[in-house]
Design a protein around this ligand. Sequence first.
Ligand code: MN
Length: 249
Amino acid sequence: MKPQILITNDDGIHSDGMRFLAEALAQIGTVTIVAPDRERSAISRALSLYHPLRITQLEKGVHVLDGTPTDCVLVGAHFILTRPPDLVVSGINRGWNLGEDTAYSGTVSAAIQGTLLKIPAMAISSIDYSEESFRRAARFAKKIGAEILSGKRLLKETTLSVNFPVGEPKGVRITRLGVRRYLTEILEKTDPRGRKYYWIGDGRPADRAERGTDVWAVKHGYVSVTPLKLDWTDFDFLARMKPIEWDGA
Ligand code: MN
């Protein structure tokens, strides 16, 4: 039986990166796309709890959902595919998901939803929007995907986040998350009715490219592969945290 592969993204159904990804992954399994109907970047792991979700089939194996990337994985895995997928791949995102991006990223979150469903999952992002680079990243996803599907590479509680550099990569580095803190840029303007409005920009990332991090790898021309886990506990802090007394407050 051919492996079932579920593809989604957070850039929306019309994203070119996702199409290249689907094309490459179709060589190792049956691909089903379930993607948001619009741009949903930076929506993290949002779930649509208070409105119904509608799905439209655009062509064979291509479905559009009026929900979030996480909704797409849930609806896709449970209802669109005839059986649960063997692999979830999210991307190829337009732009890196490094360091603190990870917490905001809809791309990474969709992959994490796959992991939560106990399906091996990876997210893939690229700063290079050229067709050549997207195709290269898609071929790399195919290679890793094939290793996962053949059992050569086991992913249980771990989600892989892959980031591609500009141009042809010098190699692959297994990395940890680096520091990418944004200097937020928020515009304050006045609308035609005299009311203030605010527009959150991308901001300028203040990166710290320490060796061994995802930030370092992509800035030095390498593909970065970071294993992510869900446990956000700060174990260092936990170990030296002062007890908190219950005083009947
Ligand atoms: Mn995006």
